[in-house]
Ligand binder design. Structure first.
Ligand SMILES: O=c1ccn([C@@H]2O[C@H](COP(=O)(O)OP(=O)(O)O[C@H]3O[C@H](CO)[C@@H](O)[C@H](O)[C@H]3O)[C@@H](O)[C@H]2O)c(=O)[nH]1
Length: 495
């Protein structure tokens, strides 16, 4: 596709192959195209199928987006054909292979960048090597950081000052120095990659470094959500960043019309019909993102808590993982729930169970939703914020404990289930299984009718309104998209 004029920017995007990274980056690509840029998305065949419908709609509406399809070197790393996304990898070993296969794409990415010579490459922070390639070819690199400013500030500060290194016990609380708020963490809540306990710790240093050396960082956030951290990031940490989110809100018209993810057991229509007969703010939505796996034991505790709470709920049940004592067949991983739980909840009209992929954004936006029990993945937090719902927080891995602190300690929008221990997913139970009672207490605090919970819901609603305003003409995210495109153009013209 030819450029319309010399002033037009050509941006290439290389999304990471996990839904929580790929979907927002594709949404960002659309935002570039809507702002007049020519966009090329580098993607593998199976992942292309996931986004094709929505991209076709973009193209029909006149946006210049093309897909550049490259194969993943599956056989080189021992992956079955078609396993190109972390969400379709049933085991940790398989995930490691996908990670390795993505690393092996470097020569292909270099060739593409060299052939197209775009004005910029937008790549995930998890691929710091794209900066080296971009530098070699004289192309600007923008890092896509899948999380928010709060996480960016926290992880950068931990990387610079390592306050956790002076702590003797994993459960001792320490304050992260120099942040706008007093943010308290324990070492047990930090990712292994930060604690320096696994082979990825080197990657943590590299990706932090490459974010700083890139032209800047693209944030799926809006200024009013975390203003002190957006300012801290730019003014104190010296990281150039643009807040151009919430990206799912900006692209809502298209996203609502297409299936964004995997197969599902309940259609959009049936979800909404089920919600339509519920009272406002009466239903708890439970979803742990695209990657979390619980054991049968933990799943049972959640089921017991939900039943005992008496609140209506929609629960997106993920695959359970096999512990060494389980005799679960692979296909049963998808289906497992305590016996008769689903039927009982259905009969009582109390609960709707979704297996597979839920239309999360649509569900959250329904007026019947009164709370969101979440693993605190950034996209989920943002989608909950846009919908104006308060949270029950249950972080598991990645930067989710940081996001929990933002929600509970800074924004005062949530109540924690009380998980204290970071644990890589799909390995084994957290050392401290959350009991039905732990879960129930947090659910009641959010869904109950106390003054505190009513005030929390009001704060959530207000923030949701600010989110929606931020993308309107003349407001924060709208302006930052303009500034971003202008900055890339200036960079291009300065060469
Ligand atoms: O049934 C489902 C399940 C998920 N989603 C969507 O999938 C995304 C999930 O993203 P997120 O909430 O961020 O969770 P993860 O998939 O776990 O995301 C990974 O990537 C995020 C971005 O870097 C990190 O914040 C998380 O910690 C990390 O686990 C969201 O847009 C959801 O709306 C659905 O639409 N339906």
């Amino acid at each position: 596709m030819a450029r319309e004029n010399e002033n037009q920017i050509h941006a290439m995007f290389f999304p990471y192959m996990a839904p929580g990274h790929m979907m927002p980056m594709v949404d960002m690509a659309r935002i570039f195209a809507a702002a007049g840029a020519k966009v090329t998305i580098i993607i593998t065949p199976m992942n292309a199928l996931r986004i094709k419908n929505s991209i076709d709609r973009d193209v029909k509406s006149g946006r210049q987006i093309t897909l550049e399809i490259i194969s993943l070197p599956s056989s080189e790393v021992g992956l079955p054909q078609g396993c190109e996304n972390f969400v379709s990898a049933p085991t940790r070993e398989m995930c490691m292979k996908i990670f390795h296969a993505i690393e092996l794409l470097q020569p292909k990415i270099k060739k593409l960048l060299s052939d197209y010579h775009p004005d910029c490459i937008v790549s995930d922070s998890l691929c710091p090597w794209t900066l080296d390639i971009a530098n070699e070819l004289g192309i600007a690199r923008l890092a896509f950081n899948g999380s928010g400013f709060f996480n960016l500030c926290l992880s950068e500060t931990l990387s610079r000052y390592e306050p956790h290194k002076n702590i003797t016990s994993d459960t001792e609380t320490f304050v992260v120095p120099g942040l706008p708020d007093e943010v308290k963490l324990t070492r047990s809540q930090l990712p292994d990659i930060v604690k320096g306990r696994n082979k990825f710790s080197e990657l943590f240093g590299k990706l932090k470094e490459s974010e700083k050396k890139s032209l800047g960082v693209l944030m799926n956030s809006f200024y009013e959500l975390e203003p002190a951290y957006a300012d801290h990031c730019r003014n104190v940490l010296g990281i150039e960043a643009w807040h151009i989110g919430p990206v799912s809100l900006i692209n809502r018209d298209i996203n609502d019309k297409v299936e964004r993810g995997e197969n599902t057991s309940v259609s959009k229509h049936d979800c909404l019909s089920w919600l339509n007969v519920k009272k406002p703010r009466s239903v708890l939505y439970i979803c742990f993102g695209s990657l979390t796996r619980f054991s049968k034991k933990q799943t049972t505790e959640i089921a017991n808590a939900l039943e005992a709470s008496g609140h209506s709920f929609i629960w997106v049940v993920g695959k359970v993982f096999k512990t060494s004592n389980d005799e679960l067949k692979d296909e049963e991983q998808e289906l497992w729930l305590p016996q008769e739980f689903e039927e009982k909840m259905k009969e009582k009209g109390q609960g709707l169970v979704i297996r597979g992929w839920a239309p999360q954004v649509l569900i959250l936006e329904h007026e019947a939703i009164g709370g969101f029990l979440t693993h605190c993945g950034w996209n989920s937090i943002l989608e909950g914020v846009v919908a104006g719902v308060p949270f029950v927080t249950w972080p598991i891995f990645a930067e989710q404990f940081y996001n929990e602190k933002l929600v509970t300690q800074v924004l005062n929008l949530g109540v924690s289930v009380g998980n204290e221990v970071w644990k890589a997913w799909a390995t084994e139970d957290s050392p401290n299984i959350k009991t039905a009672n732990d879960i129930l207490v947090a659910i009641d605090a959010v869904m109950g009718n106390t003054q505190e919970s009513i005030d929390r819901s009001k704060r959530a609603k207000k923030l949701g309104e600010l989110a929606k305003r931020s993308i309107e003409e003349g407001n924060s995210s709208y302006n930052d998209v303009k500034r971003l495109i202008e900055d890339i153009r200036m960079h291009k013209n300065s060469k």
